[in-house]
Ligand binder design. Structure first.
Ligand SMILES: O=C([C@H](O)CO)[C@H](O)[C@H](O)COP(=O)(O)O
Length: 210
């Protein structure tokens, strides 16, 4: 099981300060969709160059022109790139094909997918690397989480690694760890805490104990 820190509501200099504080306790750093929209793919390049030992995920949430976007994010030094599960199969196939050429990996984000099990099975057959259940900020705001969805995909996904994101905190992490995803994605649960390093260290320990 790996820990990914998601950074969404910061700029590049703020991201660097935050990563420095917790880098020894995380495996992957996510350059979130809002950062990429505001700063561009140079955010991915700058973070990878500053932290070469961390894997960097570019949260593009690609919906179309997938091969092209994966090519550009790979050239910007991303290790993992996200595409939406609601995208067409052709887009997901294009993303997988380009990632193979570039030596990068694809994470499918199932945000807004209605039939989670059906779509997880379909994208698993398309050869993606990770399949992620995700309750976005706007559904978290009305009290939803992804824990049941994680159990659903764990029962059908055969090839890809499973991932979970959306409002995970230190208090809810034990429930997540019990379901044994391959990747746990935490944004505000670390980034918005006073003692970021302490929280990341505790999370890392829980994840390692599995
Ligand atoms: O992907 C995300 C969201 O859609 C905003 O871009 C977040 O990175 C993801 O939800 C993890 O962040 P938290 O929910 O704060 O843990």
């Amino acid at each position: 099981m790996e820990l990914q820190l998601a950074l969404d509501l910061v700029n590049i200099p703020q991201a660097k300060v935050l990563i420095k504080e917790v880098e020894e306790h995380i495996d992957i750093v996510e350059i979130g969709t809002p950062i990429i929209k505001i700063e561009g793919l140079k955010a991915v390049t700058e973070i990878k160059e500053a932290f070469p030992n961390l894997q960097v995920l570019a949260d593009l949430k690609t919906m179309d022109a997938a091969g092209y976007e994966v090519m550009k994010a790979s050239e910007a030094k991303a290790d993992i790139i996200t595409i939406l599960g609601v995208a067409e199969d052709e887009s997901i196939k294009g993303a997988v094909e380009e990632a193979k050429k570039q030596g990068t990996r694809i994470l499918v984000d199932l945000i807004a997918v209605k039939d989670i099990e059906k779509r997880a099975k379909e994208v698993d057959a398309l050869g993606v690397d990770y399949i992620c259940v995700h309750t976005g900020y706007d559904l978290q705001a009305v009290g939803k989480n992804s824990f049941e969805d994680l159990l659903k995909i764990k029962s059908v996904v055969k090839n890809a690694k499973t991932a979970v994101a959306g409002g995970i905190k230190l208090e809810t992490l034990p429930e997540v760890v019990k379901a044994q995803p391959d990747l746990v994605i935490v944004g505000g649960g670390i980034a918005n805490q006073e003692d970021k390093k302490g929280v990341a260290a505790e999370m890392q320990q829980m994840i390692k104990q599995g």
